[in-house]
Ligand binder design. Sequence first.
Ligand SMILES: C[S@@+](CC[C@H](N)C(=O)[O-])C[C@H]1O[C@@H](n2cnc3c(N)ncnc32)[C@H](O)[C@@H]1O
Length: 386
Amino acid sequence: MALIGNILAIAKGGAGIVRDGDRTVFVPGVVAGETVEYSVSGRLRSAWQGKLLRVLQASPQRSEPPCPHYGDCGGCNLQHMSYGEQLRSKAGILAENLRRIAGFEPASPTATLPSPDARYRCKAEFQVRGGACGFFARDSRRIVAISGCLLLPQAVESHFLSQRRQAAGCAQGRILTVSNGRDLASCLEVPGGGGQWLSREHEVRFQVGPYAFLVAPGNFVQANRFQLRSMLGLLEGVLDRERPETAADLFCGGGFLTLPLAARCQRVLAVESDPGNVAALRANLALNRAGHVGVVQADAFRAGLPGTGFFVVDPPRGGLSPRLIAALAASGARTVVYFSCDSATFARDLRLFLGHGFKLDELKLLDNFPHSDHFEIFSVLKRAAR
Ligand SMILES: C[S@@+](CC[C@H](N)C(=O)[O-])C[C@H]1O[C@@H](n2cnc3c(N)ncnc32)[C@H](O)[C@@H]1O
C-alpha cells in the first residue's frame, strides 16, 4: 500500500524517519524535509522498513548522485544529498543519539570538521567471488563489479582496474589496499591464508606533521587521509593544555595516536590485541624514536590498567564496556580522550562515564566518511581529582 509522509530527520544507517500513526518507518534514499510516497516492506528487528516509491516534494538539498553504482553498491548511502546536507544529517544523528541514549543535551551545536568529499579513503577492501570483483551490494554478498569509485585515491582506482583481471581466476578472496594518495600497497588474500602481493611495496609511509608511520594493507589505519592531521591536532591540543607526564593509549592500532603522546609524555603504555597491528606499532615507535613507550599485546577489555590520569581510547564500533569504564573510573583517570566511530555506542558509554562523575568537556564531529552516514567523534571526558 502506498503511503504519504514527511521526512522528519535522517537516522543512523542513512534512512529517513517517517511517522505513520504510532509507528516509525525508516525509508532510505530521502532527504530531511521531503514529502514522499513510500510503502512498508517489513520489519527488521523492531524497526519498520520502508521503500521509497516517489518523491512528491523534493528538498532543495537533493542532488544527483555522482556515482553510477549508487543505490546498488553497499558503500555509500548519502550521495543523493548535497555535502552540506550530509553534514547536517550527521549532526542530527549525533544529537539525537546523545539525547535518546545518553540523556545528554549539548549546550551548543557540535562543531563539525568537514573533509574533501572525494578520493579520501586510505584503505579499500575489494571482494572477489567466482571471478567477479568489486564491492558487496547493500545488505548482500552479491558483488557489484564497479567501474570506479570516487572515494578512492586515483592511484587505488587505477590499480584496482588494472589488477581485477588478476583476481578473476580466484573463486573467493579479497584485495586489500592502503594508500597515502600517492604510494600504494596491495595484496590478494584468499581463505586459508594464501594469496599474493599485487604491488611492489608491502607497506606505505604516511607523514602527518612531525610523525611518520608505516601501514601494510592488513593493518588498521584511520579511513580518511585528509583528516589525519586534524585528528592529531585535536589530541595535541588536549595534551598541550594538560601536560600529563604519563599516558595510556588503549586500542592503539599501529600507534597513530600513540605518537603525539610519546612526543609529550615521559612514559606511555600502548595496548593493542591484533598481532599485525602490534608489529606495526613496534616498527612505528622505532621509526619515531619513541623507545619509552611500553607495548602490551592484550585484550584491552581485560588487561589491567596502568596508574595514569590520562587515557586515550579508540575502540572498534562496539565501543567500550561497563566493566572497562568502571575500571577507568576506579583507576583514577582524570582525562579520557575518547575517539569513536559509532554514535550509538558512544552515547551508551557517555551515559556510564557521566554516571561515574565525568563531564563532557569537548565534543567534535569529524566527517571522516563523506557520502556515507558514518562519522568519527572526538570527545574529552574529564573528572575532578578525588
Ligand atoms: C578504531 S581502531 C583504532 C586504532 C588507532 N587508535 C589508530 O588511530 O590508528 C581500533 C583498534 O582496536 C584494536 N582492538 C580491537 N579489539 C581490541 C581489544 N579487545 N583489545 C585491544 N585492541 C583491540 C583493533 O585491532 C584496532 O587496531
